[in-house]
Design a protein around this ligand. Structure first.
Ligand SMILES: [Zn+2]
Ligand SMILES: [Zn+2]
Length: 255
């Protein structure tokens, strides 16, 4: 039993063959997936998936790469997050790789999401790229640790992981860990405590080896689990059980 803790099933590549995607999940023993929202325009589609499929959950949030001007109000997020199929706030965070220049709007948007998560009592999905120090600083200032969450698609150092874990966050490993040149991430993965580990695809992006460069899908989270098992010298079943238990402990879906 495996869970894909982060994917985008509403994106065209996956939505076009949803029945196939769901069937291949089942065949790969991927029992659940969290479909992550990136902007409020698409939220109705994300929620519709979670309402249609009992094993698909939804989040609500606006990605840091959504241009300025698409900033949700605190109350918008809190209201939308009341729905029982919505189990997280995000994805949110900071991305100084794709967005350069004045990024004050990103930091303000991130703070709004943390406040929303604390208000509605649902954990955060944090995206951070080329912005680890600011991400951790804002998490501390806004007391994100009071609600916790996950650092998704983690590619930062062990020190960053430790500072996030000190704030009650889990660390999610994506298919990047299967890439031959991902030496640093493999070392970080080896050092991470099993109790804080999640796995994800971030589908349709970042397909693991042997599908690198092709569209990704939740079934492939199995390849992430296999690589994590290899790196941590643990049985596959242990990684599957522990990451699944971690997912349900963090997000606590109500139905
Ligand atoms: Zn992301
Ligand atoms: Zn994502």
């Amino acid at each position: 039993m495996l869970v894909d803790s982060h994917c985008h099933l509403n994106f065209p590549d996956l939505a076009a063959d949803l029945a196939g995607v769901i069937a291949r999940m089942q065949a790969a023993e991927v029992t659940h997936a969290l479909c992550v929202c990136v902007n409020l325009r698409d939220f109705p589609q994300v929620l519709a998936l979670a309402e249609r499929y009992p094993n698909i959950y939804a989040s609500v949030g606006v990605h840091p790469d959504e241009p300025p001007g698409n900033d949700p109000e605190l109350n918008d997020l809190v209201e939308l997050a009341r729905h029982p199929r919505v189990i997280a706030i995000g994805e949110t965070g900071l991305d100084y790789y794709r967005q350069t220049g004045d990024t004050a709007w990103q930091r303000a948007r991130f703070r709004t999401h943390i406040r929303a998560a604390r208000t509605c009592g649902k954990p955060l999905i944090v995206h951070t790229r080329a912005a680890a120090d600011d991400t951790l600083a804002i998490m501390r200032e806004e007391n994100a640790g009071a609600i916790g969450g996950v650092m998704h698609c983690f590619t930062e150092s062990l020190t960053v992981a430790q500072q996030a874990m000190e704030q009650n966050f889990y660390i999610s490993i994506s298919g990047i860990v299967t890439f031959k040149n991902a030496t640093a991430l493999k070392q970080v993965t080896e050092a991470l405590p099993l109790e804080r580990l999640l796995i994800e695809t971030d589908a349709p992006y970042l397909a693991p080896i042997p599908f690198r460069g092709k569209p990704n899908e939740p079934a492939y989270v199995r390849y992430v689990a296999e690589e994590v098992a290899r790196i941590k010298k643990q049985p596959f079943a242990t990684i599957a059980e522990q990451t699944t238990a971690n997912f349900f402990r963090l997000f606590q879906p109500q139905d």
